[in-house]
Design a binder for this molecule. Structure first.
Ligand SMILES: Cc1cc2nc3c(=O)[nH]c(=O)nc-3n(C[C@H](O)[C@H](O)[C@H](O)COP(=O)(O)OP(=O)(O)OC[C@H]3O[C@@H](n4cnc5c(N)ncnc54)[C@H](O)[C@@H]3O)c2cc1C
Length: 482
């Protein structure tokens, strides 16, 4: 098959859409493709800022006619691997947001971040199932399952989706619900960007009252006692409680509060919804496991979710690696302390264990493909990805992974998988049965694997090296082969 892309083609795209089109020569191109993760530099051939579903549909049709692959970006929080070539559709202008307080539901456009939902929902006494930061996009997060702060009480965010609006590779706009396009509905819950571009999503909200949450910080020298206490404490937690602990090697930077700046600390995160006195009582054993530096737990307003994990709110260059653990046993505890305990020099700034279980273990219908339902913990590492550290990170991550392998689960959680290293690793978030279902659905709605960036199954049939630059240098009317 031959594909054609020329200046006149780009003009054609411009004429068929309302949003802006950027070539790499345009000053607006770099900010349009920039990701939150500064270590990932996307290099598509063209970028397009969609305004609505019609725009997305027209741009996909345009790309399909020319055999160009298509990628999508909202906030760039999930930019683990760089996009090279093709058309990047940016959804960040798609900011539709409405809440039905009686039905306790929300409808969001593809560019809406959790912060906007959390703030509007709070005015009705409601909340959405956001994760550790409200800066991520609601749609991208939910397509990956969406592991919320209160996941043990409510399950994954994708368990509560009512409808997706999806544009598939032929440019068709489809409403996808349990009753309409039901297999697509199940597969979008955990299937990430495999099947097309979601332009809007509707989902359930929950009462925001009676939250007790926050973080406690311990000096890193107490890591062994805190880890042991955490391990003994978590099996007793009710589903109303969620918890995680992180080994944090905090940079000596102004963004870090003074008592913690430049320190190695253990950060215990806790969130409970229900009776506030019980919430405090449940946390009590951790208050006595070691002397703490700071206790910032207590009643919490739902607009303050970000204060629990204190994730960075400014773009940073990071490299991440995550997987799942079936258990936290003596061997895993030893491995964690060997890699991250007191006295160890590690380039890993954050190594966190998030407790799973509770409602996360039960699918609402048994048909979705979210990873991690059968795991006990999510384990995730993040490091600042600048040379020379960048070069040693793959080795550091794989050494930790190897040492934790006896306790590791077969799957990974796609949202927290991090950078993938090869085709097998790219598909690893899905167990073989889920991969097969994704392949089958893709054969119907994306037979050429047009959506072949990020975590997807299968190899691209479409050539990803259709470079606009080649067209430009060839005089604006080149024929590109693929
Ligand atoms: C600081 C931080 C904290 C995080 N905490 C959590 C957490 O607590 N729980 C959790 O589950 N995840 C968490 N994540 C991971 C996050 O949910 C994923 O990275 C998610 O992909 C972000 O979505 P985005 O749209 O903001 O990112 P983007 O980088 O814009 O998109 C990432 C990918 O999502 C898909 N996607 C996005 N929009 C669409 C669309 N409209 N249609 C089809 N596919 C789309 C595409 O595959 C795209 O490549 C965290 C990430 C960061 C950086």
């Amino acid at each position: 098959m031959q594909s054609h892309a020329s200046f006149s083609d780009v003009s054609e795209l411009q004429l068929s859409v309302r949003g802006p089109v950027f070539t790499p020569a345009d000053p607006g191109f770099a900010p349009e493709v920039a990701a939150f993760n500064l270590s990932t530099q996307h290099q598509p051939d063209l970028a397009f800022g969609a305004l609505d579903a019609e725009d997305v549909s027209a741009a996909i049709r345009w790309a399909a006619e020319r055999g160009m692959p298509v990628s999508v970006q909202s906030t760039g929080h999930g930019a683990t691997n760089a996009i090279e070539g093709g058309l990047l559709i940016s959804t960040r202008r798609m900011l539709e947001l409405s809440i039905d307080p009686l039905e306790k539901t929300a409808r969001v456009g593809a560019g809406v971040r959790w912060k906007a939902v959390v703030e509007l929902a709070a005015t009705f006494g409601l909340m959405g199932l956001c994760g550790s930061t409200t800066d991520v996009g609601v749609v991208g997060y939910t397509l990956g399952g969406g592991l919320p702060i209160l996941g043990r009480k409510y399950g994954f965010a994708s368990d509560h989706v009512i409808a997706f609006e999806l544009v598939t590779a032929d440019g068709t706009q489809r409403r996808v619900t349990k009753d309409e396009n039901s297999e697509l509905f199940y597969l979008l819950r955990g299937g990430k960007g495999n099947l097309g571009i979601v332009t809007a999503m509707e989902f359930h909200l929950f009462p925001a009252a009676d939250l007790y949450a926050g973080g406690m910080y311990f000096d890193g020298e107490h890591a062994p006692e805190v880890l042991r206490a955490f391990r003994e404490w978590v099996p007793s937690l009710p589903v109303d409680a969620s918890a995680s602990m992180a080994f944090l090697r905090l940079p000596d930077m102004e963004m870090v509060p003074e008592p913690l700046r430049g320190k190695f600390v253990i950060h215990l995160r806790y969130a409970y919804q229900g009776d506030l006195a019980t919430a405090a009582e449940v946390l009590e054993p951790m208050r006595h496991c070691a002397p703490f530096m700071m206790d910032a737990t207590g009643p919490l307003d739902s607009t303050q979710f970000d204060t629990i994990h204190q994730d960075p709110d400014q773009p940073v260059p990071v490299r991440e690696h995550g997987f799942l653990l079936d258990r936290l046993d003596d061997q895993a505890e030893d491995a964690l302390l060997r890699h991250f305990g007191p006295g160890v020099e590690s380039p890993v700034l954050l190594a966190e264990l998030r407790l799973l279980g509770g409602a996360l273990a039960k699918s609402t219908d048994g048909e979705d493909i979210v990873g991690g339902r059968d795991a006990a913990f999510s384990f995730f590492m993040g490091a600042i990805a600048v040379p020379p550290v960048l070069d040693i990170l793959p080795g550091v991550f794989s050494a930790v992974h190897e040492d934790l392998r006896p306790a590791a689960n077969a799957g990974t959680f796609v949202n927290l998988h991090g950078h993938f290293v090869d085709a097998e690793d790219r598909e690893r978030p899905w167990l073989p049965s889920a991969r097969e279902r994704l392949r089958k659905a893709k054969a119907e709605v994306d037979p050429k694997n047009m959506f072949s960036f990020g975590h997807v199954v299968g190899l691209p049939v479409i050539d990803q090296t259709v470079l606009l630059e080649d067209v430009v240098t060839a005089g604006g009317d080149a024929v590109l082969n693929n």
